[in-house]
Design a binder for this molecule. Structure first.
Ligand code: SF4
Ligand code: SF4
Length: 159
């Protein structure tokens, strides 16, 4: 997972909210104890699931999505959005973008369908080189530690 400090790219996109069916366990709706997704914005998908209303249609568009895809959008139930939305694509947390290659591929599928330019992983890789350097260093340190432990062990067994 890579990160960099940036503006939230989802605010000028919204493609995934108007491309995928958004299906989740009914227990996430506020009809269930502890549920939080407004049930009136969902449609049942029997026997156990609900869909965000609007994403059951073709073409899909979630009713909670406000604004124009590719320009300026917002989720009007952001704090109460279902788990697939929390887990999907680019994650933006405290001013940092978090994304994996697999997530970016799904994200780009929606963007391209909307005629938006796909994101490249390099756009989020400011941290990548730093992470790689630090993983490489820690691997080298670990390898060094293993080597020195082995040397001690072989010295002991030899002694
Ligand atoms: S398609 Fe990707 S960039 Fe666009 S809103 Fe969804 S997660 Fe964000
Ligand atoms: S609930 Fe919000 S984040 Fe999820 S699909 Fe709808 S608009 Fe997008």
């Amino acid at each position: 997972m890579w990160a960099r400090d940036t503006a939230n790219p989802c605010r000028t996109c919204g493609a995934c909210c108007a491309y995928f069916r958004v299906s989740f366990y009914w227990g996430e709706t506020d009809k269930a104890p502890g549920g939080y997704v407004p049930a009136e914005l969902t449609v049942p998908e029997p026997p156990f699931y609900h869909l965000m209303r609007g994403t059951e249609r073709i073409p899909p568009r979630c009713v909670a999505l406000e604004g124009e895809v590719g320009h300026a959008v917002r989720c009007r139930i952001y704090e109460r959005r279902p788990s697939p939305c929390r887990e999907f694509g680019i994650q933006w947390k405290s001013g940092r973008v978090m994304v994996t290659l697999e997530a970016l591929e799904r994200c780009n599928r929606a963007r391209v369908a909307w005629g938006l330019p796909p994101f490249k992983i390099e756009m989020f890789s400011t941290q990548l080189n730093r992470s790689l350097r630090s993983s490489r260093k820690s691997l080298q340190n670990r390898a060094g530690a293993v080597h020195s432990t082995r040397s001690k062990r072989s010295r002991r067994s030899a002694g």
